[in-house]
Design a protein around this ligand. Structure first.
Ligand SMILES: NC(=O)c1ccc[n+]([C@@H]2O[C@H](COP(=O)([O-])OP(=O)(O)OC[C@H]3O[C@@H](n4cnc5c(N)ncnc54)[C@H](OP(=O)(O)O)[C@@H]3O)[C@@H](O)[C@H]2O)c1
Length: 295
């Protein structure tokens, strides 16, 4: 599989990576299946595994940990803090390390920074970023990262405030058309040497019927790797086939694809860009939607 440099980390990553949010019971993925998917991913050359403290009350991290316990050196593990405060984030990191059965993570992210209020809380005095800097000094974390789906201007402002090593952002073909990370964020990330990981490749299932082209579209962007949210071995196999033989779409093919998916650029097709994409902890609409899709 093709590999690409990962920002200034000094590492190269294969273009296909695994998002581990869906390797959980609630997605119909048993522990045995999750472990098999993780091991197969490693055997087929995937190195990068993304999880988060908040996913399924820790079950995603625990399952990554079952494999990390034996194969830690082969894995690049990224996890995230949901808590905006320094002390809360530190507690989440300690829990993450226990669940992951490791004494360090390669990347630790500010999770889903959807608006300026959340960015202020996380990067301000007593915020989660302070815990990240301290954890990096202590060797618990190698690189500091941020993620976002909603408005690229929030992540651009984050880069002005702090030299994040990496970023995880939504780059599906649907995102091309509205609050586009590909158009607004990737050029600055490239200029600053920030390693970029793409997500929402299948638009949370909206693009499942055009999965191969959805993946080829994203892999052709100027980023390092993409995390695909597989919950079955069949999905992993399909994604590996595309990544192992990756060629970008031609100009006309890409334009035709844009025409085909344009009708899906609606709040119900891409809920992560809609005003009522809620806080997953309490599942309520955000107070400040940052001027996203009003329908
Ligand atoms: N803020 C953040 O940082 C954040 C937020 C969300 C997720 N993530 C990470 O991103 C990863 C990817 O999740 P996402 O939200 O970006 O979702 P996604 O990859 O756009 O969508 C994943 C869903 O697409 C469907 N699908 C259809 N064909 C597929 C194929 N060939 N391969 C994989 N999935 C296929 C599956 O649903 P069916 O099985 O129902 O068909 C799967 O659950 C997660 O695992 C997680 O690690 C990060």
């Amino acid at each position: 599989m093709e590999t690409r440099p990962f920002g200034k980390t000094g590492e190269r990553m294969p273009i296909l990576s695994l998002g581990c949010q869906r390797l959980v019971d609630e997605e119909g993925c048993s522990e045995e299946q999750a472990v098999a998917i993780l091991n197969t991913a490693l055997e087929r050359g995937i190195r990068y595994f993304d999880t988060a403290w908040i996913y399924s009350e820790g079950q995603s991290e625990q399952r990554v940990g079952l494999v990390a316990k034996h194969r830690r050196k082969e894995m690049w593990i990224a996890t995230k803090t949901w808590d905006t405060s320094r002390d809360g984030a530190r507690r989440q990191l300690e829990e993450s390390l226990t669940r992951l059965q490791t004494d360090y993570v390669d990347e630790w992210r500010l999770h889903n920074v959807w608006g300026m209020d959340r960015l202020d809380a996380m990067t301000g005095p007593g915020g989660a970023l302070e815990a990240m800097i301290q954890a990096r000094e202590e060797g618990l974390v190698r690189f500091i990262s941020i993620s976002g789906h909603s408005d690229p201007q929030v992540q651009l402002e984050a880069l002005r405030r702090f030299p994040f090593d990496t970023a995880l952002v939504a780059v599906s073909v649907l995102d091309h058309f509205i609050y586009s990370f590909a158009e607004e964020f990737l050029p600055m990330a490239q200029y600053r040497g920030v390693g970029v990981v793409g997500m929402k490749i299948f638009g949370l299932r909206t693009l499942a019927h055009v999965a191969d082209r959805a993946l080829r579209y994203a892999l052709a962007l100027p980023l390092t790797t993409v995390i695909v949210g597989c919950s079955t071995m069949e999905q992993l196999e399909a994604d590996l086939v595309v990544a192992e033989s990756f060629t970008p779409m031609s100009g006309p093919e890409r334009l035709e694809f844009f025409r085909e998916v344009l009708p899906l650029v609606r709040p119900e097709g891409m809920p992560w860009k809609a005003v009522d994409w809620g806080d997953p902890v309490e599942w309520k609409p955000r107070k400040e939607p940052a001027g996203l899709f009003q329908w």
